[in-house]
Design a protein around this ligand. Structure first.
Ligand code: CAO
Length: 482
């Protein structure tokens, strides 16, 4: 009998994706957990594993299609699947018959099937420790293991491409390492409440539940949505003007925006419209630092990293955030509260062929520059090769955007909300600097700090930036105060 395989839950807040490739064709014998689709979502490329086994009868989507959670992807005749598919997919997040286990009721983050196994499509960066240096262990040790959820043991035995619970990358991820992955506890909410949150575009994890043990009700979700609307004034209430007919002036071509581009556009317009930005510029004399960087470059190389100015800046910015905690905050206008973070995670903007991605280095303050240079190289490579997981791009406290490898003298970076500041870096160049009565050639690095003026006053903004400049000019300051 032919059964439809529908697109299962992809993770919190992800409802759609663009089909990059269909990995099977009619007539193929499909095994349970075999990857059937390569999908690009807002931030990551994932492979979608099948919960069905059998003979592929019909493919219902094609490359370039936009598909939604719950949409039929292909149909499978399970009558011929005795060998590989006879067993019920009890350990899969997708239910029998290929239907996601109540896709609405079981968002990836929260759904742990009765077997205690993780649901199918949870993008979980913390499950990618194999790509990380030793520091990752230290990293994880700072995070509570709240999940108690384990990976599919079967997958651990036979880690074939299709069996990964979440295949953000297209490589294999040893499930044995994934077993130790910590996971945040699910927000306590009924399926109908989750559905409502999704429809309203509300992140269920952000909602405060008023029920017993923090259970979230529909009213809580509505209240949260109301606060978002009245408090944040999303997009400043300004509607875009209608576009003219450009073809009146010449030939034009319309191209669909890719998922990452759409997400970037939404995110940045919202940040630009809702955050009162101020940008301050300064110059750091990195002549001495450049000598040090060159002297120790081999050590970083031997460790598998690159001792670049960005890696050094991650360390400096992390140290500065500890000294100026108002930069390690988020603002909750609706509640009239500042949220101060006791961890320091730094996002680094990476230019990829899919667009801008911002992987996050966790607990950057606790890592040395060598460790950071290795981690940054790995994360940038993963971002560029589409192997980065969604969660590796979440939880940032402040971001760094270094365009200096390309050029430029200064720019005004847009804050990566809900963070409150971002450091832009332009191209270092030799400049004549007046020193001790004469002009001397010095290597000057232009820095541009944008901050949320609701949270940071101008005087604090320049103190923070000055501290960064001084730490770059006198690295001893890092050891002394950082
Ligand atoms: N000034 C002068 N030279 C710089 C520099 C700077 N600010 N930043 C980097 N460079 C140099 C590096 O030293 C390196 O030179 P060598 O090859 O001689 O060693 C070269 O430029 C390339 O550096 P890199 O880009 O490989 O390494 P990085 O760690 O400095 O940067 C990363 C890593 C990921 C930040 C960078 O590759 C990148 O993607 N930058 C773009 C970020 C972006 O798109 N921001 C915009 C966001 S808002 O629209």
């Amino acid at each position: 009998m032919a059964t439809d395989f529908t697109l299962p839950e992809l993770g919190e807040q992800i409802e759609t994706g663009d089909v990059l490739r269909v990995l099977v064709k009619p007539g193929d014998t499909l095994a349970k957990d075999q990857a059937v689709l390569e999908l690009e979502t807002d931030k990551a490329t994932i492979e979608v594993p099948s919960s069905l086994a059998g003979i592929v009868k019909e493919i219902k989507v094609k490359a370039g299609d936009k598909v939604k959670v719950g949409q039929a992807i292909l149909s499978v005749d399970d009558g011929a699947a005795a060998a590989s598919g006879a067993a019920k997919p009890a350990a899969s997040a997708a239910g029998e018959g290929g239907k996601p286990v109540d896709a609405k009721s079981a968002p990836a983050k929260t759904a742990a099937p009765a077997s205690g196994k993780r649901p199918a499509l949870k993008p979980d960066a913390d499950k990618v420790p194999d790509m990380q240096p030793d520091v990752q262990a230290q990293d994880r040790s700072t995070q509570p293991d709240q999940s108690g959820v384990k990976e599919d043991d079967t997958a651990a035995e036979t880690p074939s491409r299709g069996q990964k619970v979440v295949d953000i990358s297209r490589g294999t991820r040893p499930a044995a390492e994934a077993v130790s992955a910590p996971e945040a506890p699910p927000a306590p909410a009924a399926p109908s409440v989750r559905r409502m949150a999704r429809e309203l575009g509300v992140e269920i994890d952000q909602v405060t539940g008023t029920g017993s043990e923090g259970r979230i009700s529909i009213e809580d979700v509505k209240e949260h949505a109301k606060r978002l609307v009245t408090g944040a004034g999303r997009n400043g209430g300004a509607a875009a003007e209608p576009l003219p007919d450009f073809s009146r002036w010449g030939q034009v071509e319309r191209q669909p925006m890719r998922a990452v581009r759409r997400k970037t556009a939404d995110h940045l317009s919202s940040a630009w419209a809702t955050i009162p930005h101020v940008t301050q510029h300064d110059l750091a004399d990195i002549t001495a630092l450049e000598d040090l960087r060159k002297r120790y470059a081999k050590q970083a190389e031997a460790a598998g990293g690159a001792l670049t100015v960005t890696a050094i800046l991650v360390k400096v910015v992390a140290a500065a955030m500890k000294i100026f905690p108002q930069f390690n905050a988020s603002i909750d206008m609706a509640a009239g509260e500042l949220i101060l973070k006791r961890y320091v995670n730094i996002g680094v903007a990476v230019d990829t062929d899919r667009g801008l991605l911002v992987p996050v280095i966790r607990d950057a303050d606790a890592k040395n520059i060598l460790q950071l240079s290795v981690e940054l190289s790995q994360l940038a490579e993963k971002a560029r090769s589409r192997k980065i997981a969604l969660e590796e791009m979440q939880g940032g406290c402040m971001s760094i955007s270094n365009l200096g490898g390309i050029g430029g003298t200064s720019f005004t970076p847009i804050i990566n909300a809900p963070e409150v500041a971002i450091l832009g870096v332009s191209r270092a160049r030799m400049e004549p600097v007046y020193k001790d009565g004469q002009f001397v050639p010095r290597l000057m690095l232009p820095l541009s700090l944008s901050y949320d003026h609701r949270v940071v006053d101008g005087a604090d903004g320049i103190r923070f930036l000055r501290w960064i400049v001084e730490a770059l000019e006198q690295p001893f300051l890092l050891a002394l105060q950082g």
